[in-house]
Ligand binder design. Structure first.
Ligand SMILES: Cc1cc2nc3c(=O)[nH]c(=O)nc-3n(C[C@H](O)[C@H](O)[C@H](O)COP(=O)(O)OP(=O)(O)OC[C@H]3O[C@@H](n4cnc5c(N)ncnc54)[C@H](O)[C@@H]3O)c2cc1C
Length: 196
């Protein structure tokens, strides 16, 4: 990790879609932040992601949507299959934009749109404590370094260590579900473009 300072105004913990998008949103408003990601590389868990109309509006605001639309596949229909009662329900697809895109495309364009020295890989946050004098957050990083922040934004995923450290317990939203897709390739299947 290459953070030179021991102080940062805004620290975002987690370099997934949310952390990168948050840093880019701040950057578009002229606000500097740093993103600390514990992995040594950017990871895109899973191959594809469906982006709903509100997501496309957010990506438009971030200035990355038109590039992503070049490869994102519009979704015209779909069905939900309940495992409990074998019921099939049509997926409500409105007139607004609903598309599926490669996760790596999304992660890459968000990361590549950030200014240099924003994203710090291999940088795990081990704990956060409040400075007893200033009450500002102090992050302990792997390797023993301390980083003082004015604002810490937790984008560290569903099992968020940050929320655990703060004593916030999230409700479990989903039980078990499976998504199965079908794609037709009228002009043949280009394996270089495929996602499973
Ligand atoms: C099978 C599946 C299908 C899905 N399909 C869709 C879909 O079609 N459409 C949709 O909108 N959503 C979908 N989702 C949900 C979507 O993938 C997630 O909401 C989204 O990826 C979460 O991104 P995130 O950045 O919040 O978290 P994550 O991608 O989990 O990123 C969190 C990051 O924080 C890092 N981190 C964690 N702890 C620390 C620490 N202490 N220090 C530093 N870094 C840390 C992790 O390494 C990780 O990179 C799906 C999810 C699953 C599982």
């Amino acid at each position: 990790m290459e953070i030179g300072d021991t102080k940062e105004n805004i620290v975002i913990v987690g370099g997934g879609i949310c952390g990168l998008a948050t840093a880019l949103a701040l950057h578009r408003k002229g606000i500097r932040s740093v993103v600390l990601e514990r992995s040594n590389t950017l990871r895109a868990t899973g191959a594809a992601i469906i982006v709903h109309p509100n997501g496309w509006r957010a990506l438009d605001q971030l200035g990355v949507a038109s590039h992503l639309r070049e490869t994102a596949i519009p979704i015209l229909s779909g069905q939900f299959h309940s495992l409990n009662n074998d019921e099939l329900k049509e997926m409500p697809v409105g007139k607004e934009e609903l598309r599926c895109l490669r996760r790596t495309d999304l992660v890459d364009i968000l990361a590549n749109s950030l200014p240099r020295n924003t994203l710090h890989l291999g940088c795990e946050v081990l704990s956060i404590k409040l400075d007893p004098i200033t009450s500002s957050p102090v992050l302990q990083l792997q390797g023993g370094r301390l980083l003082n922040a004015k604002v810490v934004i937790g984008c560290d995923g569903v099992n968020s260590p940050i929320s655990n450290m703060m004593g916030v317990k999230a409700d479990k939203i989903f039980t078990i579900s499976v998504i199965r897709g079908f794609t037709s390739y009228p002009n043949g299947h280009n394996s270089a473009l495929s996602s499973d």
